[in-house]
Ligand binder design. Structure first.
Ligand SMILES: Nc1ncnc2c1ncn2[C@@H]1O[C@H](COP(=O)(O)OP(=O)(O)OP(=O)(O)O)[C@@H](O)[C@H]1O
Ligand SMILES: [Mg+2]
Length: 297
């Protein structure tokens, strides 16, 4: 890379995958295997067009240019939005995905960008451009998963009349940059937000060809999560069901917090963990407030 690996200031981190810490993030997300499968396979197909290519050839052998249309006009552009309440695993999912992808394509750069709204003011569109240019350069070496955290701050609704002109310009640039990226550049985009429709610019929202709703976990997902979290503590399956019933409306982060709370107690009293400790913790750890209509059971 020219200018000797100078990382633009809007880039929070550049992490090479595979990497054990990212792998652990992926493997310790429980109860959402279906999301993992769908997003991973979609992103993989976007990077490696051979699957789409052979599908086109098999079913539409006489259609010239179908592959190009599939990738340029009809989706398969490698842009996924993750939305849902705080603590539902979006960040961990996006980071872990880089490792899961690297397992099949060899090496992937996870590039995290965080162009927070406050930073826009006094900042400029140029910074946005620089961050994307950096990602495209890096992609010459290995595919890039560009992760835009807090997308609602990064691409706020431009309808807001109070918005600084400079912010509007930067949002415009961001949208143009997202648009200009194609899997041919070997740059995939993943964005995470608590609110998709309410506070993200509508033009930004439509740039993503897949939006995954990270809902609060269902009964079955909570059983999965609690079984995995408590597997070393000899908690019976009946007690897991009891706990699962008591955690309706909890996010995975809330559930983890309750388990930690109970463990802390047991450590301080120097005794083994029991289901009573866990049930007791639910009195202290309540479900995180919801941002919108992102409901649960
Ligand atoms: N499905 C899950 N299985 C296990 N742990 C989970 C799961 N989902 C979330 N967590 C845990 O919850 C915590 C918060 O996860 P994460 O930061 O990814 O949430 P988020 O959706 O990005 O939240 P925010 O919107 O506040 O950024 C982490 O400790 C993570 O390990
Ligand atoms: Mg997050």
């Amino acid at each position: 890379m020219s200018k000797a690996e100078e990382i633009p200031e809007d880039i929070i981190a550049v992490i090479e995958a595979p990497n054990p810490s990212l792998e652990m993030k992926w493997n310790s997300l429980y109860g959402i295997d279906a999301y993992k499968r769908v997003v991973l396979s979609y992103m993989r197909d976007c990077l490696d067009k051979t699957k789409i290519e052979s599908w086109c050839k098999r079913y539409y052998p006489n259609s010239n240019g179908l592959l190009t249309r599939m990738t340029n006009e009809l989706g398969f552009s490698g842009k996924v939005a993750l939305f849902g309440d705080s603590g539902t695993g979006k960040t961990q999912f996006a980071e872990g995905l880089a490792d899961a992808l690297a397992k099949t394509v060899g090496k992937v750069y996870l590039i995290k960008i965080g162009l927070l709204r406050s930073k826009y003011v006094g900042s400029s569109s140029l910074k946005v451009t620089k961050a994307f240019r950096y990602a495209k350069e890096k992609a010459k070496d290995a595919p890039v998963l560009l992760f835009i955290e807090e997308f609602d701050s990064v691409a706020p609704n431009r309808d807001n009349s109070q918005m600084h002109e400079e912010v509007k310009a930067a949002v415009n640039t961001l949208l143009e940059e997202i648009d200009s990226i194609t899997p041919t550049d070997r740059v995939l985009v993943i964005a995470a937000t608590n609110l998709l429709s309410q506070s993200v610019d509508y033009a930004a929202e439509r740039r993503f060809d897949m939006a995954v709703n990270f809902k609060r976990p269902t009964f079955a997902q909570r059983i999965d999560l609690l079984t995995c979290l408590l597997k070393d503590f000899n908690i019976s399956s009946n007690d897991i069901i009891l706990l699962t019933k008591g955690t309706n409306g909890y996010t995975p982060a809330d559930i983890k917090k309750a388990v930690k709370h109970a463990l802390n107690r047991c450590l301080s009293y120097n005794r083994k963990l029991t289901v009573r400790d866990l049930i007791g913790s639910l009195k202290y750890v309540k479900p995180t407030r919801s941002y919108g209509a992102n409901g649960h059971e």
